[in-house]
Design a protein around this ligand. Structure first.
Ligand code: AHR
Length: 503
């Protein structure tokens, strides 16, 4: 059996984990809203039409924030279409996804759903076809108490208290030519700056996220961040990053190593942020919002077929990736990478939440179930709140096509708010279990240790409507704890949660 070790020490502090690291995303796209969170004719629908079976699955994830309403969708969206009496709301062509948006679910309804799901809203403004005026107006509508045109309209629309949205995205993927009203870095930096200024004049308590690169591989990556931040550094709080990975060549070891790209993407963006801070002689630090991340590739061909059958319909089954077990392992490693950067990555949104590249799937009129990728997010969200500490990992390595020296064991640790310690670890080895020796150093006083293993013999196994529990984690088992040194077996290809519970 291969061997690895992890040293944990209280003093190896990376930073406080912002709970918003476990956020998610719902876009008006495919069946995320219509047929996902909302299906008024479904037997599980509540009085507002929200599916309670779906809300319950979201609540279990303890998602602290959900980005909304897009995504690419937002760059052609008029927020005013989504308020007021439903029967008067316009149906509009959505040029991002070639569908028709009915606006049946709008700003008020989504905020109601968020309350039910026990989450906060992160709202994206349209900096594609719209601009500063629409951005400041929606902040006034949502957050100003009363006595102005937009706040009084909110009250007239049935919401006496402000919606109190604290986190705002300044557009979406404005570096991408596919974006409606795509901009150069300079053009975007200017409009982001002016929008952020006006939005914060309306409500100084909000935080705003500037759109960074849509991927590490964009030709403008780096210069985009540099040029746009030079225009808006003083008025923005975070820069966004987006990243999706796929395994189209069926190279599992290479796929599981993709979190190394994620790590260098984060390093690179931070370097540019800090370089702009440097040239501005600023003491302010810009932190990161990884507001779209996931595995995404399974559904590409199916989407082309769906569009071939006709554009401009509503709630088409788009981006419905069926996730397998290896996808869950990479999602686990991506979460581990965010924990390694907990000092600077403050927000991360698994894209998306329901049906569209999502941990939760539904059948219209039928059941709702958790995909494989649901479980690592649930574990990290439940047990990864506190202070991220740097585990010192000694592990065997492997080489693959794009990366050398990929550690077989990928691990992160959190000293949790309740006094427990969690270690999250992926064993990337294709065939060997690894005996992991845990050296707890100054951590003492634990009464027990629990180990949860998530493993499946078939990396391509998935949960489906017919078999929703095919790939699920084992129940936690108690492992003997020998003073401060102990050994645990991490099965080949597994996600593991090790919990040290205080006496
Ligand atoms: O999450 C799906 C899409 O991916 C989003 O709309 C867009 O921002 C990204 O390209």
């Amino acid at each position: 059996m291969k061997k690895a070790s992890v040293i944990l020490d209280k003093d190896y502090v990376i930073g406080q984990v912002d709970p918003r690291l476990y956020g998610s995303f719902i876009e008006h796209l495919g069946r995320a809203v219509y047929g996902g969170i909302y299906e008024p004719d479904h037997p599980a629908a509540d009085e507002e039409g929200f599916r309670q079976d779906v809300t319950e699955l979201v609540r279990k994830l303890q998602v602290p924030v959900v980005r909304y309403p897009g995504g690419n969708f937002v760059s052609g969206f008029n927020w005013e279409d989504s308020i007021g009496p439903k029967e008067k709301r316009p149906h509009r062509l959505d040029l991002a996804w070639f569908t028709t948006e009915t606006n049946e679910v709008g700003l008020h309804e989504f905020c109601h759903w968020a309350k039910k799901a026990n989450t906060d809203v992160m709202y994206a403004v349209n900096l594609g076809t719209r601009g500063v005026d629409a951005a400041r107006n929606v902040v006034e509508y949502a957050n100003h108490p009363s006595g102005s045109y937009w706040s009084d309209l909110r009250i007239a629309n049935g919401e006496k208290d402000p919606l109190n949205i604290k986190l705002w995205c300044l557009g979406n993927e404005m570096d991408g030519p596919w974006q409606i009203a795509h901009k150069t870095a300079y053009e975007y930096g200017r409009i982001a700056n002016e929008s952020a200024k006006a939005m914060k004049w309306v409500d100084p308590s909000i935080e705003v996220v500037a759109s960074g690169s849509s991927s590490h591989t964009m030709p403008t990556f780096g210069t985009w961040e540099y040029e746009m931040l030079r225009e808006c550094y003083e008025n923005v709080d975070y820069v966004s990053l987006h990243r999706y990975y796929g395994n189209p060549t069926n190279d599992t070891p290479g796929f599981l190593a993709r979190s190394m790209d994620l790590d260098s993407f984060i390093h690179d963006v931070l370097s540019v942020c800090d370089a702009v801070g440097g040239i501005k002689h600023s003491f302010k630090k810009i932190n990161l919002s990884f507001d779209e991340w996931n595995v995404w590739y399974h559904s590409h061909e199916q989407d082309n077929e769906v569009w071939k059958q006709g554009k401009w319909k509503s709630a088409l089954p788009l981006l419905e990736d069926v996730y397998n077990f290896e996808d869950a392992l990479l999602v686990g490693s991506m979460l581990i990478t965010f924990l390694h950067h907990a000092d600077r990555v403050k927000i991360a949104c698994l894209a998306q939440l329901v049906n569209v590249i999502a941990p939760i799937m539904t059948k219209n009129g039928g059941s709702a179930w958790a995909q494989t990728i649901y479980y690592p997010l649930m574990h990290a969200s439940q047990y990864g709140r506190g202070i991220s500490i740097q585990p010192i990992v000694s592990s065997p390595y492997y080489d693959c096509q794009d990366f050398e020296k990929v550690p077989v064991i990928d691990a992160a640790a959190v000293r949790c708010d309740d006094g427990s310690v969690s270690v999250f670890a992926v064993n990337r080895d294709m065939s060997d279990n690894v005996a992991l020796s845990l050296d707890l150093r100054a951590f003492t006083g634990f009464s027990k240790m629990e180990h949860t293993v998530f493993h499946h013999d078939d990396v391509k196994a998935a949960n489906t409507e017919a078999d929703p529990l095919q790939v699920v984690p084992n129940a936690p088992v108690t492992v003997p704890l020998n003073d401060t040194q102990t050994e645990i077996i991490l099965p080949a290809l597994s996600w593991n949660v090790i919990r040290l519970i205080p006496s």
